[in-house]
Design a protein around this ligand. Structure first.
Ligand SMILES: C[S@@+](CC[C@H](N)C(=O)[O-])C[C@H]1O[C@@H](n2cnc3c(N)ncnc32)[C@H](O)[C@@H]1O
Length: 329
């Protein structure tokens, strides 16, 4: 779910998570009978359910949020022996799967960000529209958004708002936060939302002023970009030949990571200079083939039915059949 989406308000009235780009993800993943698939972002189980329905396969469903585990019960009962829930981070994909006795995977999907359930739970502190503690931790452990906002030096705050939120007023917001916290530390979502609203104006298309600040903090608190990078490397190791990777992202910071990785791994990033000697460490083996040359975005009908799908972007790639043992990762 993308908190920078103006549809965030609309999503709040929903009680369930509507999976985004579901048909397109399934078409890209191509589940096969007897195959082993990983849904790295179980959430409400929409993707897992669709995979289980589409082929007589097995699904390993990962989520770092302990509340997702409870939601996997119904699917475990509907598809006995075919779905296993793994509590953990998709960045630890290789370890988690090997510990579960899985050494090859036929398809991996990630639907990045947070679920509607997380956004709508006041006590989780993800929403700038809901009064709650300034938390935002998917795992419910580690430093919370409150600790970050109250302790990070102004320059670092400004940098993270710019980097992960694309917030043009990052320096002004960071300054206002530091000034406000010198009087009283931030405790709640609405306190922060109010401070940001004093700096950023509501945009013409209705985006709440605190949208980008909340997005940036959530990404930082949950180390989301590093998680994604680790997951991509894990996928390269764990996918079997012709195994598929289907990733849905919701903002450019994530999508750029996926795009760059896949371009690099499919040999689409040229060498910087023809004189530069080929360095083994710099140029990795071509391990992926990009399936969709153009990023896949939702159709108008999907955006109409589920406005928060608006900024979703799906990229699909296939692990190559590697010819020489040297190329194997
Ligand atoms: C957008 S929701 C997924 C929704 C799901 N596709 C569905 O159809 O219900 C994202 C989920 O990924 C989880 N998540 C985010 N980052 C994660 C990570 N690094 N490791 C594991 N789970 C993660 C969140 O806790 C959340 O439940």
């Amino acid at each position: 779910m993308n908190p920078s989406d103006p549809a965030t308000t609309a999503a709040i009235v929903k009680t369930e998570h509507s999976p985004v780009l579901l048909d397109e993800m399934i078409a890209g993943l191509c589940p096969k009978d007897g195959g082993i698939y990983v849904d790295g972002t179980f959430g409400g189980g929409g993707y897992s359910r669709a995979i289980l329905k589409s082929a007589n396969c097995k699904v390993w469903a990962i989520d770092r949020d302990p509340e997702a585990q409870q939601r996997s019960k119904e699917l475990r009962e509907t598809y006995p022996g075919r779905i296993t829930f793994v509590l953990g981070r998709f960045g630890d994909l290789t370890n988690l799967m090997r510990k579960s006795g899985v050494n090859r995977i036929d398809g991996i999907t990630l639907d990045l960000g947070m679920s509607s359930m997380q956004l709508e739970a006041d006590e989780r502190g993800f929403s700038f529209l809901r009064a709650g503690p300034l938390d935002m931790r998917m795992e419910k452990t580690g430093p919370s958004a409150r600790e970050i906002v109250n302790s990070l030096p102004e320059e670092e705050l400004s940098q993270l708002l710019f980097q992960y939120g694309g917030e043009k007023k990052s320096r002004h917001i960071a300054k206002a936060i530091v000034m406000a916290r010198s009087k009283a530390p931030f405790q709640t979502t609405l306190q922060l939302a109010d401070t940001v609203s004093g700096i950023v104006r509501r945009s013409k298309n209705g985006i709440h002023p605190a949208t980008r600040t909340f997005q940036a903090l959530r990404i930082f608190v949950n180390d989301e970009i590093n998680e994604l990078k680790k997951a991509l490397n894990g996928a390269e190791v764990m996918l079997s030949e012709k195994g598929r990777l289907a990733i849905v992202s919701f903002h450019s910071a994530e999508d750029q990571v996926v795009k760059k990785f896949l371009r690099e791994k499919s040999g689409l990033i040229p060498r910087p200079s023809r004189h530069q000697p080929f360095a083994k460490d710099t140029y990795s083996a071509k391990t992926f083939k990009i399936i969709n040359k153009r990023v896949i975005t939702p159709k108008k009908e999907e955006i109409f039915a589920n406005p928060r799908a608006r900024s979703a972007r799906l990229r699909i790639a296939e692990k190559k059949v590697l010819t020489s043992a040297k190329q194997k990762v």
